[in-house]
Design a binder for this molecule. Structure first.
Ligand code: LLP
Length: 419
């Protein structure tokens, strides 16, 4: 469910015509619907009802400050994977006690920052990290609540780049090792083993893998209890999928029910780390058709957005629905929708039947709210796009388009090259 729809043949985001935003900010740009984002957060949170839980929005999906402020306002927390995300979360007003930190390669500096901030829990992903954290906690004389991210060895049946819970993946710790690490932690003066965590992958479209994960985490919790270690938090990560084309993912209520039923009465507080399911369909990417180019029996629609703006089609061969901002043309054409970047991998769609368009027309790429702007870059020295938030009949630029000057920010010329 989202608030992007056609009215009288024209695409709207809530009560704002997409065309009006393009006129004001130029193209390309990301357009987010506040109403959709807020609704997804509320529905997800509401699905867990009175179960003790914290919804820790996964910043990596989309860390725009206006969205984070919304999360803070609604009482949500944050799932972070870097010092930069910790900074953003705190700046947005998300309380430290609702922030959890995962990631295989946290640096000493990042760990110190997290300890200093007093976040809810640090999810340890290796023996080396545990050692470092133990040392830091002793030096800083601060109690550090930790969990071990276990690798439940489950196949989430999703794209190989976004599976994380398989034995061969770099994430988490195998159970046999985790048990040993929990014992080591218990002997540390300043480390408090308060939780257990896992994340099995992203864009998961069935309940099965989640049920398997929860079932095995439950037995781990019980085994720990048997050894005198009582964890009070279970972090089951994110990963619930969304509809890009015709996928039928479980809805948050089904997801929550499956977790509740399989977890039983363990008495833990659940930590949830949803990203895509909250923000994915809350955003579109809007780009303008520059040229229609016919070559060797193929038609290319060349647009002003590119893989540096939205890399998912190039990187994962991901499908995103593509809509004309002005509807009403019944004629279609089979085209490649491509960007201006000097790579054949720079495409949004290949051999796709799209409404036939002419130069200057606007195109909307749907499902772009998650891992869209967040994964954008300056490749080809392209300025990163503007981000715009719509609420009702108003819109707000929540990140301006970069300037040429922004491209050189932080660079310096060594003295020997100065004129
Ligand atoms: N928690 C952890 C520890 C994660 O690694 C991730 C995503 C999440 C939560 C949020 O997962 P979500 O609810 O969004 O599925 N760039 C890829 C997705 C990478 C996901 C990485 N980890 C894409 O565009 O599909």
């Amino acid at each position: 469910m989202d608030y992007f729809e056609y009215r009288n043949g024209e695409l709207f985001c809530e009560d704002v015509p997409v065309k009006a935003v393009a006129r004001k900010v130029g193209t390309p740009f990301y357009l987010y619907s506040y109403g959709t984002f807020e609704r997804h957060l509320r529905v997800f949170d509401g699905a867990f009802g009175d179960m003790p839980h914290i919804v820790c929005y996964s910043l990596k999906a989309n860390p725009n400050g206006a969205l984070l402020r919304t999360v803070a306002r609604l009482g949500g927390g944050a799932d972070i994977v870097s010092g930069g995300e910790l900074y953003r979360a705190l700046e947005a007003g998300i309380p430290a006690e609702k922030i959890v930190y995962s990631g295989v390669g946290k640096s000493r500096e990042e760990l110190r920052y997290a300890i200093d901030a007093g976040i809810r829990m640090i999810n340890i992903e290796s023996e080396g990290e545990l050692r470092l954290l133990a040392r830091l906690s002793r030096n800083m004389k601060k109690r550090v609540p930790v969990s071990i991210r276990v690798n439940p060895e489950i196949d989430p049946k999703t794209h190989p780049y976004i599976t994380t819970g398989l034995k061969k993946n770099k994430f988490g710790v195998l159970w046999a090792d985790a048990l040993r690490l929990y014992r080591e932690m218990a002997a540390e003066e300043y480390l408090a083993p308060v939780g257990i965590s896992s994340h099995i992958g992203s864009q998961i479209l069935e309940l099965g893998p989640f049920i398997e994960a929860v079932t095995s985490l439950k037995s781990m919790i019980l085994e720990l209890k048997g050894r005198g270690i009582t964890v009070e938090m279970l972090d089951i990560g994110g990963g619930l999928g969304i509809t890009y084309k015709d996928e039928l993912p479980p809805d948050p209520a089904q997801y929550a029910r499956a977790i509740r039923e399989n977890l039983g009465n363990t008495g833990v507080t659940l930590i949830l780390e949803p990203g895509r399911v909250i923000v994915g369909n809350s955003g579109i990417f809007v780009t303008k058709l520059l040229y229609v180019k016919g070559t060797a029996g193929k038609i290319f629609y060349v647009v002003d957005g590119a893989m540096n703006d939205l890399v998912r089609p190039s990187l994962y061969n991901a499908y995103h629905e593509i809509l004309p901002v002005e509807e009403g043309k019944t004629k279609t054409e089979v085209v490649d929708l491509v960007g201006p970047i000097c790579e054949s991998g720079d495409f949004f769609a290949k051999d796709r039947e799209l409404a036939s368009l002419k130069e200057g027309d606007l195109v909307a790429i749907k499902g772009a709210g998650a891992y869209g702007f967040a994964m954008s870059s300056n490749y080809n020295s392209r300025r990163r796009a503007a981000e715009v938030l719509v609420k009702g009949g108003e819109f707000f630029v929540v990140r301006r388009r970069e300037t040429y000057k922004d491209l050189k920010r932080g660079e310096s010329i060594p003295q020997f090259l100065e004129v």
